[in-house]
Design a protein. Structure first.
Length: 391
């Protein structure tokens, strides 16, 4: 009993843990930090915040919207037609080029583009076309996986477009995405890593410029007693002197007078510092590659894939602009003519594309000189409709 009375209790076990510890994510040193991959973040960082991404999207959208279109069927090419009038003046606030530039921009930034057919004429035809923002649109799939409706959300309000009508009010055009059945893959997503590298290199360069306000070297202090410690007054005076007379662009290159045991030790850029510019140029070329823009057209150094600017521009139209325009007009041809008459086609007028003039002239010359072809066969090869008297 005495043993139990004088026996000491074991000290209580200390538990040191925060109540929120289970929800804290610790980021290890050296881990790569990538920007978010959602459409809003990619648009902000890759288009509004990156000159290469901005220029690629603008070049493609403006070039594609500048390609003239025509309306024809198997028998004739129309100079005037209600469908052509709708495309040339889609709504009261936008013309053809403005509307299609907005559409191509949405398609490049998000991978998805949406046309809305609005209004209705006495013949039951749509009287206006609009482009809807991709980041506000949501696909509502049915039990079979196909979209039964599209929901457009703005400032907490929703509008539902039912796709069960005879004429669907929404035309959804998307890029190929191997892992998504309802939304497309944008070039901005493919170029996201290169965009992060380019933006990081730009921020590094900006920080270097701001810091270059500091002299590119070190100020070494050695007192009379051989010690390297400055007094507080000396240190404050030195900091004020550097801030007032040796920082900023207006003081660039200004000589510095050192006294009282101060010595200047210049320092140059390390090889790793110099590599940042090469890294930035390489990232810029990768961004241009993802969008299909020849780097030569962007003025990027070190790219000699094409012999001259004219060849690069022709490749830009052939490999990037025309496939985009052809895909879009083919989708419109399968959607709008349901109300304007079957058999109508909306096609790009390639003869009016200045970058393709040499190719078109050569093609017309070869076809016209082919004596073994009939007139109807020549017209078919050139994309022209049949004549009324052709069999």
């Amino acid at each position: 009993m005495a043993f139990r009375l004088f026996q000491q209790k074991a000290p209580a076990r200390e538990v040191k843990a925060s109540a929120v510890a289970p929800v804290i994510a610790f980021q290890g040193a050296g881990r790569v930090a990538w920007s978010p991959r959602d459409t809003a973040s990619l648009t902000r960082n890759g288009f509004a915040g990156n000159p290469v991404g901005f220029r690629c999207v603008k070049m493609i959208a403006e070039a594609a919207a500048a390609v003239p279109v025509l309306v024809q069927d198997r028998e004739r090419r129309y100079d005037e037609h209600p469908l052509l009038s709708l495309i040339q003046q889609p709504n009261l606030g936008q013309g053809y080029a403005t509307l299609f530039e907005a559409f191509y921009g949405q398609l490049l930034l998000s991978g998805d583009g949406y046309f809305e057919a609005a209004g209705e004429t006495v013949d039951g035809r749509p009287s206006e076309l609009f482009v809807l923002r991709s980041d506000r649109m949501q696909v509502i799939p049915g039990s079979d996986g196909w979209p039964v409706a599209y929901e457009y959300r703005v400032a907490g309000r929703k509008h539902r477009f039912a796709m069960s009508a005879d004429f669907p009010p929404i035309l959804h055009i998307k890029n190929f995405h191997p892992q998504d059945d309802h939304y497309g893959l944008s070039p901005m997503q493919a170029a996201a890593s290169a965009l992060d590298v380019h933006n990081a290199a730009s921020r590094w360069s900006k920080a270097l410029l701001d810091n270059a306000a500091r002299p590119s070297g070190a100020i070494v202090y050695k007192g009379a007693d051989g010690q390297g410690q400055m007094g507080s007054d000396q240190y404050a005076r030195l900091v004020d002197e550097l801030a007032n007379h040796h920082q900023g662009a207006v003081n660039a290159g200004r000589p510095m007078l050192l006294e009282g045991g101060l010595d200047w030790k210049p320092m140059g850029f390390s090889p790793s510092d110099m590599e940042f510019q090469k890294t930035k140029e390489s990232a810029a070329r990768e961004i241009a590659l993802a969008f299909g823009v020849p780097p030569m057209l962007l003025g990027l150094p070190g790219d000699n894939s094409y012999a001259n600017y004219q060849e690069a521009n022709r490749a830009f139209y052939r490999l990037t602009v025309l496939p985009l325009v052809t895909k879009t007009l083919a989708a419109l041809s399968g959607w709008l003519p349901a109300r304007f008459g079957h058999g109508l086609q909306i096609l790009p007028d390639l003869d009016q594309v200045h970058a393709l003039v040499p190719e078109r002239e050569a093609m017309w010359r070869r076809v016209s000189e082919a004596e073994f072809l009939s007139e109807a066969e020549k017209r078919a090869l050139l994309g022209l409709p049949k004549r009324a008297d052709d069999a």
